[in-house]
Design a protein around this ligand. Structure first.
Ligand SMILES: [Fe+2]
Length: 217
C-alpha cells in the first residue's frame, strides 16, 4: 500500500489571540490535531505491513484489517475537520456581500436563519457540524456528525466546520456550548470560508472556467 505521510498544517497566529477562546485552549486543541496526524501516518505504516494471514483473518466483528480501516477513517476525519476549523478562525466575524452570502440567503432565507440553524445543529451534535455544499441538490446545508468519521454525506463538500466536542470549549465555557458557538461566530474569518466555497466551482481545465461540470472549454 502506498503511504502518504502527512505533516501538520500551519495556521494563522491569530488563532492564539481570539476573543473568548483562550490561547491555552487552542494550544491543547492543536495537540489533538497533531495526534490525528501521527496516528494517520502510523496506521498507514501498519496497513502496508499486513500479511497474507491478516488478510485471511479479515472479519467484521474484529480483525486487524477492520481495526486499521475504521481508525484510519477516524484519524483522517480528525485531520480534515480540524484543518477546516482552525483555518477559518482568527477573523473578525464579518461576512461581506459575496456569492457565498447570497447563496446562504437563498438557501436559508436570511443570514440570521443560517446562524440559528447552525447553532441549533451544533447543540444537537456530539462532535461536529459542517456547512456543506451539496453538489447534487445545489444548495448549502448544515450537516451534523457525532464523531470524526460518522455521517459522511455523499456529494457534500464542507466549507465550514464547527467543533462541538467538549475539548473545544469546556476549558473556557464549561458546559455552556451555546455561548461557545456565539463566540465561534465572532471569531470567524469569512474570507477563508468564501475561498472554500469558491474552490468548489473551480474547474480543473486549463482555462479555469469555473463551470465545475460539463466543461465546454
Ligand atoms: Fe477538536
Amino acid at each position: 500500500m502506498k503511504i502518504i505521510k502527512l505533516e501538520p498544517k500551519k495556521f494563522s497566529e491569530k488563532i492564539f489571540q481570539m476573543k473568548g477562546i483562550s490561547k491555552k485552549a487552542v494550544e491543547e486543541h492543536l495537540k489533538l490535531y497533531q495526534g490525528y496526524i501521527n496516528k494517520y501516518n502510523e496506521i498507514q505504516e501498519k496497513l502496508s505491513q499486513l500479511t497474507d494471514d491478516d488478510f485471511l483473518k479479515a472479519n467484521q466483528t474484529y480483525s486487524l484489517v477492520r481495526e486499521l480501516k475504521v481508525e484510519l477513517s477516524f484519524a483522517w476525519g480528525g485531520i480534515i475537520n480540524h484543518e477546516i476549523y482552525f483555518s477559518h478562525l482568527g477573523g473578525e466575524g464579518k461576512i461581506s456581500d459575496s456569492d457565498l452570502f447570497k447563496q446562504i440567503k437563498k438557501d436559508f432565507g436570511s443570514f440570521e436563519n443560517y446562524k440559528k440553524d447552525l447553532k441549533a445543529t451544533g447543540i444537537s451534535a456530539r462532535g461536529w457540524v459542517w456547512t456543506a455544499w451539496n453538489e447534487k441538490e445545489k444548495r448549502l446545508f448544515n450537516y451534523l456528525g457525532d464523531a470524526q468519521n460518522t455521517f459522511p454525506v455523499w456529494y457534500a463538500k464542507p466549507i465550514l466546520a464547527l467543533d462541538v466536542y467538549e475539548h473545544a470549549y469546556f476549558m473556557d465555557f464549561g458546559s455552556n456550548r451555546g455561548n461557545y458557538i456565539d463566540v465561534f461566530f465572532e471569531n470567524l474569518n469569512w474570507k477563508e470560508i468564501e475561498k472554500n466555497f469558491e474552490k468548489i466551482f473551480e474547474c480543473y481545465c486549463e482555462n479555469k472556467c469555473k463551470c465545475n461540470e460539463d466543461c465546454q472549454c
